[in-house]
Design a protein around this ligand. Structure first.
Ligand code: 3SL
Length: 243
């Protein structure tokens, strides 16, 4: 399997339809997606564009939808929830469709949506997604981070490295690391794998979140490793559900 990592949406090779892609936004979109689906959400429909989200969500009964999203880390006015993984509790999301837009994560999902198989990964569901990828015997995997407004992010690279590390540990002879970005991500994982929360808090986006108020519970949740068994999978363009 040929593995490549791209830091942000604009780096994702355009005009290609890779066999498989994994989108990562550790802080916090893909962690929120994993938690919401684990807590029984019917699906998470993702949008980079807020007007499209509003038009599409208006087609749903208010009782069966939840609007989730942030800009600059803060809940979007008129939305039910912000982008915290600890807010998507079963009482609020079970059986419902989430309509989600975030600053960076949903942009990466849009950039990768033509992949023939598309998954989202956060640290809590790393093992579940990695095992799915191994079981599909895919020959090409593009890993895409989300970063912050076009810039590199430490925490997404950490998670990309954690995925590559798991795949190497379980199928070393089948894995071919293609680009330097992923070699660097692996080195990052080797450096911080025993101090995940410290890495997230050190990252510039971690510091940005801390500056917005107390996000201790978010950091704890986003730093968990291999605790959720959900594989968020694109089932139609932009729509992610639990496999
Ligand atoms: O950038 C994003 O997509 C968000 O996950 C950012 S935040 O953690 O909700 O601020």
């Amino acid at each position: 399997m040929e593995l490549s990592y791209f830091h942000v949406a604009d780096d994702f090779p355009q005009g290609q339809e890779p066999e498989a892609a994994v989108v990562i936004d550790v802080l916090r979109a893909t962690t929120t997606i994993a938690c919401a689906l684990n807590n029984g959400a019917e699906a998470v429909e993702t949008f980079a564009d807020l007007d499209k989200l509003k038009r599409r969500s208006d087609e749903w009964l208010k009782t069966s939808r939840v609007l989730v999203g942030e800009r600059g880390g803060k809940r979007i006015k008129g939305f039910d929830l912000g982008n915290s993984p600890i807010d998507v509790v079963p009482e609020l999301v079970s059986g419902k469709r989430l309509f989600m837009s975030t600053t960076n994560g949903t942009r990466s999902l849009q950039a990768a949506r033509k992949a023939r198989n598309l998954y989202t990964l956060a640290l809590p569901n790393r093992k579940a997604v990695a095992e799915k990828i191994l079981s599909c015997e895919t020959s090409q995997l593009f890993i895409l981070g989300s970063g912050w407004e076009g810039s590199y992010s430490l925490e997404d690279s950490l998670a990309a490295g954690s995925l590559a590390s798991f795949l190497l540990d379980h199928a070393e002879d089948k894995i071919n690391i293609i680009n330097d970005e992923l070699i660097a991500a692996l080195a990052l994982w080797n450096q911080w794998s025993n101090e995940i929360e410290a890495c997230l808090r050190t990252a510039s986006h971690g510091r940005r979140l801390s500056g917005l108020g107390n996000h201790d519970a978010d950091f704890t949740c986003c730093s968990q490793l291999d605790t959720l068994h959900v594989v968020p999978t694109q089932v139609e363009p932009g729509v992610i559900s639990a496999a």
